[in-house]
Design a binder for this molecule. Sequence first.
Ligand SMILES: Nc1ncnc2c1ncn2[C@@H]1O[C@H](COP(=O)(O)OP(=O)(O)O)[C@@H](O)[C@H]1O
Ligand SMILES: O=C(O)C1=C[C@@H](OP(=O)(O)O)[C@@H](O)[C@H](O)C1
Ligand SMILES: [Mg+2]
Length: 164
Amino acid sequence: MLFLIGMPASGKSTLAHKVSNLFQWQSADLDQEIQKLLQKSIPKIFESEGEIFFREIEAKVLRKIPVEPQKIVATGGGTPCFHQNIDYMLSAGKVVFWDTPLPVIVERILRHKAQRPMFAQKTNAEIEHFVQKLYQERLPFYTKAHFRAKEWSDIEKIIQRADF
Ligand SMILES: Nc1ncnc2c1ncn2[C@@H]1O[C@H](COP(=O)(O)OP(=O)(O)O)[C@@H](O)[C@H]1O
Ligand SMILES: O=C(O)C1=C[C@@H](OP(=O)(O)O)[C@@H](O)[C@H](O)C1
Ligand SMILES: [Mg+2]
């Protein structure tokens, strides 16, 4: 099983779908599993229950996703940084850091910021600064991954060479 980690808006959810379609792999999206379980959108969960509750549920749901070969799981941007989730993922499967360039991430967040609870209340300049800071804080977790991928060809190589 492959876990995708990386910044919010780096494209983890999109990439999991693409791998699933192209290689007929199973896929799962941790945020979607949480939304299904609680019958609430991620922004609503943040708003009504708060981040601490979200991180607890996130850690539990992560560990409930069945570990199977030829399966790719998109996690949330913060997943590896809480509740020893990175150690769990490193032991349960292979972990890929999807390292999209920060300017691309900033541009995507600015386009859809209303849907993202961490960014909705911030000005554009604040978002840019916040994304830089978040990247620096999270890099020590992200770089624990088995693989660091920057483009699609990196993903293809990982899928072809690793025995999952
Ligand atoms: N390779 C890509 N090229 C262009 N846009 C992309 C690409 N991957 C993702 N996106 C867009 O970026 C946004 C965030 O993608 P998403 O897969 O939700 O990221 P994440 O799950 O990492 O937050 C979405 O609007 C998506 O359509
Ligand atoms: O970076 C984060 O802390 C978060 C990223 C989101 O997932 P994506 O990375 O799929 O946007 C989602 O889990 C939640 O809003 C928190
Ligand atoms: Mg996602």
